[in-house]
Design a protein around this ligand. Structure first.
Ligand code: ASP
Ligand code: MG
Length: 251
């Protein structure tokens, strides 16, 4: 079975967390699952890169910002691939462009138009775990690197889940799933075991950051289910920790 999993930046803040996630992925792989893993940049890397650019100039070119910001995910994917290889798994990391993520040319806010994941297919055939940089792609006409807007790795994950027709796109976070409000701000926020694409989109358009809105729009269009789950690495924060199945997003 092909599985598509996405891990966010706060679950990838340290090398220890990367090793711990690699351990889980390697267990699934050794049980016979074909694994496609989409990663964000480690911790607050993307913010830090943004701050760096501001030290050079106040209005950097959007093209160069994409060049800069897309580098964050290269760090996490290469380290994850090394961690998996160290555990005796076959693994390979790809940038968005190598993974065949073709986007519009809108720098900093590109939309995925099509996937042509030739190298991903080849690697799966070779029984490799495929680690893909979220949040980025390439514009086929110009060969320019683009990013999908902040939080865009969710959209990368949904695009691959749709392409490979997986049962559920697995998105791992440091909260148990989707709440009516940010549970870190309001502990009384109610938890959803299931939520429709439209109800979730309303929450996201109101400013919640639990998922990238384009990921849910994409999932709705292609009828791809998303399951948002707790990665269970962060033991400090477990409201409603009885729920381990997370939230299912579907029609
Ligand atoms: N690293 C990017 C960001 O922080 C993309 C993502 O996290 O999904 O916005
Ligand atoms: Mg991030």
């Amino acid at each position: 079975m092909i599985r598509v999993q996405k891990y966010g930046g706060s679950s990838l803040s340290t090398v220890e967390q990367i090793k711990e996630i690699a351990q889980g992925i390697s267990e699934s792989y050794k049980n016979g699952d074909q694994m496609i893993v989409i990663l964000s940049a480690m911790g607050s890397t993307t913010n830090e890169l943004q701050l760096l650019s501001k030290k050079i100039c106040s209005t950097p070119s959007q093209r160069e910002m994409d060049m800069l910001l897309s580098s964050g995910e290269r760090i996490s994917i290469s380290l994850m691939s090394m961690a998996l290889q160290n555990l005796g798994c076959k693994a390979i990391s790809f940038t968005g462009s190598q993974a065949g993520i073709l986007t519009t040319g809108d720098h900093n806010d590109a939309t995925i138009k099509e996937l042509k994941p030739i190298r991903v297919d080849e690697s799966l055939k070779e029984n490799k775990i495929v680690i893909i940089a979220g949040y980025q792609g390439v514009t086929p006409e110009t060969k320019e690197i683009t990013t999908l807007g902040r939080g865009g790795s969710d959209t990368t994950a949904v695009a691959f889940a749709s392409h490979y027709n997986v049962n559920e796109c697995e998105i791992y976070k440091d909260v148990n799933g989707i709440y009516s409000e940010d549970p870190k701000q309001n502990p009384k926020a109610s938890f959803y075991e299931q939520i429709s694409y439209d109800d979730l989109l309303k929450i996201l358009y109101n400013g919640a950051g639990v998922l990238h809105h384009k990921s849910v729009e994409h999932a709705k269009k292609l009828n791809t289910k998303i399951r948002v789950m707790n990665i269970n690495l962060n033991t400090e924060f477990h409201p409603a920790a009885n729920n381990t199945m997370g939230t299912l997003v579907s029609f």
